[in-house]
Ligand binder design. Sequence first.
Ligand code: ZN
Length: 246
Amino acid sequence: MRYLVLTDIHGNLEALEAVLEHAAGRQYGAVLVLGDLVGYGADPNLVIERIEALAPAAIVRGNHDKVAAGVEDAEGFNLTARNAVQWTYDALTPEHRAYLRTLPVGPRVVDDLIEICHGTPFDEDAYVFDELDAIRAIEASRRPVCLFGHTHVPLVCARTDDELEVYTLDGDPFTLDIEEGRRYLVNPGSVGQPRDGDPRAAMAIVDTEARRMELIRVPYFVEQAQYKVRAAGLPEVLAKRLALGR
Ligand code: ZN
């Protein structure tokens, strides 16, 4: 199976549409969504409609999805995130809020090769910040390839017998063969709010037969997404950061 992997879309319709347009030429067979469909961006309803229409083979909820659905309060969110998630809660239709409530808690096993989660396999809300977090995540995963999101920063690392290899993501796209005997932890990067200094939308394609993954960046109409954030009355910093990829 060739999977299109999407995470941290955050209500950014322009970024999602650019990624889907690019992916259409890549003959994927199924979609995996690693959470945070909404929050920060101005189009939560349209993003949910697009994702529902893709009928993902597997999907998990993110922390913003939970709060925007009214499943959890915004405790632990900073002021900007809190303002945005309250705006999102109010903007969502009751049907879309209900859809977010149906999203399953991660991790979810997809097939023999892949497991998905939002933060980590041991805690859906935990962040992978350093090598110890990465090792812990890999050891908690039930599959050789663990796909995650939440940090909005692309990462590919692998555990061999006694060490962790963190790959340099060179090449555009970055491609990697999935080797037997290795256990991988992979964040494709965020579709709708990248934070690695590259403002382009991020996506991945993982081919389980060819045992190959690609981390791909796609330019999109950033100014349009920024315009909508400002027109919605969302915090200005959320518009600014889209152009910076921070
Ligand atoms: Zn996120």
